[in-house]
Design a protein around this ligand. Structure first.
Ligand code: EPZ
Length: 416
């Protein structure tokens, strides 16, 4: 278990080119198995989750080659349709392969993904959507066994705009016979990116980004070249890192239109922003204002993934902030660790009341999941003294080389 050691107090100022989006590249890598050919993906971040997804592809018989931030996937040797327990336990979001494997092989066997530190992570909506497309699904001995003679287009209604269920439905439907409509679909930008990639492969997907997605099934898909969208959560995390230290930062290779809810919260906290097409320049005040109340919601609402890094901001803001976590049932694990650093946070069910303190103190803390770990990094950058953060393997799942980017912006940070 690696550690990050941070001496707080330096302003985080400078320029960062933001990495490709983890939550776009993972479903897009899964989608490559649907073409019997070669796909080239640019702006692929170096992340543990990408490495694990590459491993799933290789276990399925595909060949994966990385040259810098470009990943090439050759699926012509695909010879399996099963994702074993070891891989699924390593990364539960491999469930996103289900729709893609079924689409190509008309069968799939995956180990049940189970939960993770932030919640139970059920997949009932995924399975209901696939059944709607004519897929027979048996759940036995810890495995989900899917098979079908052919996938038939249908009308899928999602009880909740689940990102993963929307993605699995899209992947299964693009080569179905006939038309598919997905209503109450997730509207996240990563869904748009997946739909754009599928269309580059020859699919006919319309309406991504809205709550109704329409798909006309095609007979086959071909390889494609595609550039992954910027990571809006990583971008907002770096804005938080600079804001908590009173710094001035320029983010390049971002899409501000994907970040409206987050940027509004930062403005309410007192930062100044200059927005350009693919650039955000932020100048932070000496002391941030509190966030009156923030509710995590499906896109375009405030993203659950930035709740914890922004809670770190609120711990040293002027006044009291309230966070309501509506998406996952256990996404306040960072609170204990922030409290060890002197934060004043009271959790009641899905609400966390954060009373701003004058300053945090460095301490030994541990990341228990990806975004909670990012929150500890944000807090440590402003804390008085040294903070040691254990559990860096969680942070490395979603943040490419975090210490490199922060070092270049003035942080005193090292990895042990
Ligand atoms: C994706 O997870 C992201 N992961 C998550 O990012 C993100 O927090 C989440 O979407 C919400 O935006 C990836 O894209 C790899 P959901 P996903 O299905 O698809 C319930 C990060 O930190 N639900 O939209 O699993 C579920 O319990 C990660 O980068 C069902 O009830 O999210 C949750 O309460 C964390 N049944 C809610 O929906 C289902 O079948 C949202 O889940 C599916 C979901």
């Amino acid at each position: 278990m690696g550690k990050l050691v941070i001496d707080g107090g330096n302003k985080i100022s400078g320029e960062i080119g933001v990495q490709g989006a983890k939550n776009a590249v993972l479903p897009i890598l899964a989608a490559t198995v649907m073409a019997d050919g070669v796909c080239t993906l640019k702006n692929c971040p170096y992340l543990r989750d990408v490495d694990k997804t590459d491993l799933v592809l290789e276990r399925l018989g595909c060949r994966v080659h990385r040259a810098g931030n470009t990943v090439t996937v050759d699926t012509r040797g695909m010879c399996d349709c099963k994702i074993c327990e070891d891989l699924m336990r390593e990364m539960r979001s491999s469930i996103i392969f289900l729709g893609a494997i079924i689409s190509r092989c008309k069968k799939a066997v995956v180990s049940m993904p189970g939960g993770c530190p932030i919640g139970l992570r059920p997949i009932d909506l995924h399975l209901k959507a696939l059944r709607e497309l004519g897929v027979d699904i048996q759940e036995e001995h810890g495995y989900i066994k899917c098979s079908t003679d052919k996938i038939v287009g249908g009308n899928i209604h999602l009880d909740f705009p689940s990102v993963g269920a929307t993605e699995n439905a899209m992947l299964a439907a693009v080569c179905a016979e006939g038309f598919t409509t997905i209503t109450n679909a997730a509207r996240e930008p990563e869904i748009v990116d997946l739909g754009n990639f599928l269309n580059c492969m020859g699919a006919k997907v319309r309406g991504m980004g809205g709550s109704v997605i329409k798909i006309e099934g095609v007979s086959k898909l071909h390889g494609a070249e595609y550039t992954i969208m910027p990571d809006r959560i990583v971008a907002a995390t770096y804005l938080a890192a600079s804001a908590i230290t009173g710094g001035e930062i320029c983010l390049k290779n971002v899409n501000p239109r994907d970040m409206v809810a987050m940027l509004h919260v930062l403005l309410d906290m007192g930062v100044q922003l200059r927005i350009e097409k693919d650039k955000i320049i932020q100048k932070a005040p000496k002391k941030l204002e509190s966030i009156h109340i923030v509710r995590t919601m499906p896109y375009p609402g405030f993203p659950t993934d930035i709740q914890s890094p922004f809670m770190a901001l609120a711990t040293v803001a002027r006044g009291t902030s309230i966070f309501i976590e509506n998406i996952f049932e256990n996404r306040f694990q960072h609170v204990d660790e922030l409290t060890r650093m002197g934060a004043d946070i009271k959790v009641e069910g899905r609400s966390a009341v954060v009373r701003g303190v004058n300053a945090l103190q460095g301490a030994n803390v541990v990341a228990r999941e990806l975004r909670g770990g990012a929150a500890l990094v944000v807090a440590a950058l402003a804390a008085n003294g040294t903070t040691t953060i254990g559990g860096t393997e969680f942070i490395d799942r979603g943040y490419e080389n975090i210490e490199k980017y922060l070092l270049e912006c003035g942080a005193k940070i090292r990895r042990e």
